[in-house]
Design a protein around this ligand. Sequence first.
Ligand code: 1GP
Length: 244
Amino acid sequence: MSVLADIENKVRSGKKMFFLLIDPDKVPDDSIKHLFEKAGTNLPDLVLIGGSLISKPVEPVIEKIKKVSLLPIFLFPGSLLQISGKADGILLLNLISGRNPEYLIGNHVVAAPLIKYYRLEAIPTGYILIAGTRNTSVEIVSNTHPLPVQRPDIITATALAGEYMGNRLIYLEKGSGADMPVPADIVARVKEESSVPLIVGGGIRSATQAEELYQAGADILVVGNAIEKRPGFIKDMRDLADNL
Ligand code: 1GP
């Protein structure tokens, strides 16, 4: 079964999921084995690899994860330099909150032949940046403006447009290391309007925040920084996703 079909089945049966984001720059070389050993059976549903701006290649990190886990590994590419045939798939990010054609079609044209060559499962994902109190790496690097939380009407219209354009997932992104996650009322509004699986990420640091986002309607939460800093949080996330 494809990863997308598995996600859609889980969402249909009301299951919650969480993805672990690994940014190659933020994981020390020896920490991946340690992280998975410590996690034991409390694993994420999938591992995302990437970052808006990275200074280390993604492939050695993917190889290290493959040695210690059978989890699907998907690219979450900040740029074309992060495409690798070692992964199982790619979130084909369409940056629909912005108006930079390179992140809507330009990079995709360059990436498409490689995605085919590597036989990566490509999941078209409507990627929506939500503004916080400071500029995030992704908005600076992508040269796009995030959508303001004061305009839930525009955020929901963007998500709906993303769905009608054929995206199979919608990802509300507050930015890695954001002070606060996407507000729960925004998540609830988007969930109410759109019908594709909803991913929420950026700034999730506590089980309370995660629970609030799941309850608001997030199907999948993405956690990066908090697990890198506190590996024990992976168990809290697994417990929450399994018991809601
Ligand atoms: C960022 O949504 C992800 O792209 C995860 O963010 O690192 O803040 O958990 P954090």
